[in-house]
Design a protein around this ligand. Structure first.
Ligand code: TTP
Ligand code: MG
Length: 375
C-alpha cells in the first residue's frame, strides 16, 4: 500500500458548497499511442509487456475492452481473448509530456490541483471566477481544450467532494462528463454499490455482502458503532462516505514515503517456494510503477510484506536501494520463516528518504492511492 504524507496542513473544509472536478484521461497510454499513430485508431491495441516475456498489460483502448481485455491482464491471456490485439511497448517520457500539457490547461482554471497519477487529477475550483463560478462549465472547457489542442479525450466528474467527483468521472466514461450537484448527493449515494467506495476492496466488499449490505443506502441503515466494531477506523470512513460526506481537501503537494505492490491470492500459497515464484511478477510491477513517477525519490529501504492465512502480517526490510529480485527473495525467505504457514497476501516495496523534502516533492503527477496490483 502506498503511503503519502500530506505536506500542507490546510484544514479539511467541511463547506458543502465546495466545487471539485476530477479529471481522468480515457485509456491514457493507448490514447497517446493512437494520437501519435492515427492508423491505430479503430483497431484493438494495448500497451504493456510482450506475451513471450510473460508480460502484463498497462492498459488497452476501448476497442480492445469489447473483447474483455483489461489493465493488468497478462498479455498472453489478452491475446487469447483478442487475437488481433496489437501490444505496444510503453513510452513513459511521451506520456509524461502529454500529462504536463494537460496540467497546463487545468492550471488556467485553478492553482489548487492534486495530481493522482499521470492521467488523473483533482481540481478545486471553489470561488474561481471562470464561467460565473460554474464548475460544470470549467470541466467542459477543460475537456474541450484537451481534445482540441492535444487530441485525446478525457472524462470529468463534478461534485462537492473528492469521493463523489472521482466516482462521477467514471460514470460516463469514455469522453463523458457527469455532475453530482450538492442537492442530488443524498439521492445519488442511496443506490451506489459499496464496492465503489474508496478503500472497499474485494475482502471488505465480501464481508459487507455477507452482512447483507450492497449499497451505500444499506450502510446508512446501520448504526455507526456496528461499522466501527466490525472494521475499526475504516468503519468510520465508510459511514461518512456512504452518506456522501468527504471533507478531504485538494492537496497541491505531497511527500511520498513509500511505494509497494501487493497481491492477495485466490488460493493461499502453501510453502516458501510458491511464494518465491510470485516475486518476479511483483518486482516487475514495482519497477514499472517506480518508472512512472515523475521524479523518483532516493530509496532508503526495500521490504517484503506477508499476510498469512490467519491474517497475521509481517513486514521485513533491509537497507537495499535497488528493488532487485535477489533482495526480495532473501527478505521473503526470512519473512516466511516468521510464520511458516500458508500465505494469502504478498507485497514488495521500497521506502524513500524523507529528510530532504525538496528532492522528494512530487512536483507533477505523482501516483497515489490504492496501488495493489491485480497480477
Ligand atoms: P487508468 O486511468 O486506470 O486507465 P486508463 O486511462 O488506461 O483507462 P480509463 O481511465 O479510460 O479506464 O490508468 C491510467 C494509466 O496508468 C493507463 O493508461 C496505464 C497506466 N496503468 C498501468 O500501467 N497499470 C495499471 O494496472 C493501470 C490500472 C494503469
Ligand atoms: Mg484513465
Amino acid at each position: 500500500m502506498d503511503s503519502i504524507e500530506p505536506q500542507d496542513n490546510q484544514a479539511a473544509s467541511a463547506n458543502p458548497q465546495r466545487k471539485i472536478i476530477h479529471v481522468d484521461c480515457d485509456s491514457f497510454y493507448a490514447s497517446v499511442e493512437m494520437l501519435d499513430d492515427p492508423t491505430l485508431k479503430g483497431r484493438p491495441i494495448a500497451v504493456g509487456g510482450s506475451s513471450d516475456r510473460r508480460g502484463v498489460l498497462c492498459t488497452c483502448n476501448y476497442e480492445a475492452r469489447k473483447f474483455g481485455v483489461r489493465s493488468a491482464m497478462p498479455t498472453a491471456h489478452a491475446k487469447r481473448l483478442c487475437p488481433d490485439l496489437l501490444v505496444l511497448p510503453t513510452r513513459m517520457s511521451r506520456y509524461k509530456e502529454i500529462s504536463q500539457r494537460i496540467k497546463r490547461i487545468m492550471k488556467r482554471y485553478s492553482e489548487t490541483i492534486e495530481p493522482l497519477s499521470l492521467d488523473e487529477a483533482y481540481i478545486d475550483v471553489t470561488g474561481q471566477p471562470h464561467f460565473q463560478g460554474s464548475a460544470t462549465r470549467v470541466a467542459e472547457a477543460i475537456r474541450k481544450e484537451v481534445s482540441q489542442t492535444i487530441g485525446i479525450t478525457v472524462s470529468a466528474g463534478v461534485a462537492p467532494n473528492k469521493f463523489l467527483a472521482k466516482i462521477a468521472s467514471d460514470w460516463n466514461k469514455p469522453d463523458g462528463l457527469f455532475v453530482i450537484p450538492p442537492d442530488k448527493v443524498d439521492e445519488f449515494v442511496l443506490d451506489l454499490p459499496v464496492d465503489k467506495v474508496f478503500g472497499v476492496g474485494k475482502v471488505t466488499c465480501a464481508k459487507l455482502h455477507q452482512m447483507g449490505i450492497e449499497t451505500c443506502g444499506d450502510v446508512q441503515r446501520l448504526p455507526k458503532t456496528d461499522l466501527v466494531n466490525r472494521f475499526g477506523k475504516f468503519g468510520e470512513h465508510l459511514y461518512q462516505l456512504a452518506h456522501g460526506i468527504d471533507n478531504r481537501s485538494v492537496k497541491t503537494s505531497r511527500i511520498r514515503k513509500s511505494l509497494s505492490v501487493e497481491h492477495t491470492f485466490a488460493t493461499d500459497l502453501s510453502n516458501l517456494d510458491s511464494c518465491i515464484d510470485q516475486l518476479p511478477n511483483l518486482t516487475e510491477e514495482l519497477s514499472q510503477r517506480l518508472g512512472r513517477l515523475e521524479k523518483q525519490p532516493a530509496i532508503k529501504n526495500s521490504f517484503v510484506k506477508i499476510k498469512f492465512h490467519d491474517f497475521t502480517t509481517t513486514t521485513i526490510e533491509c537497507g537495499v536501494k535497488e528493488p532487485e529480485l535477489d533482495t526480495y527473495r532473501k527478505l521473503c525467505e526470512d519473512a516466511f520463516k516468521r510464520g511458516n504457514r500458508p500465505v494469502r497476501l504478498m507485497g514488495v516495496g521500497v521506502r524513500f528518504h524523507t529528510q530532504n523534502r525538496e528532492s522528494l516533492q512530487l512536483s507533477l503527477w505523482p501516483e497515489q492511492g490504492k496501488i495493489s496490483a491485480n497480477l
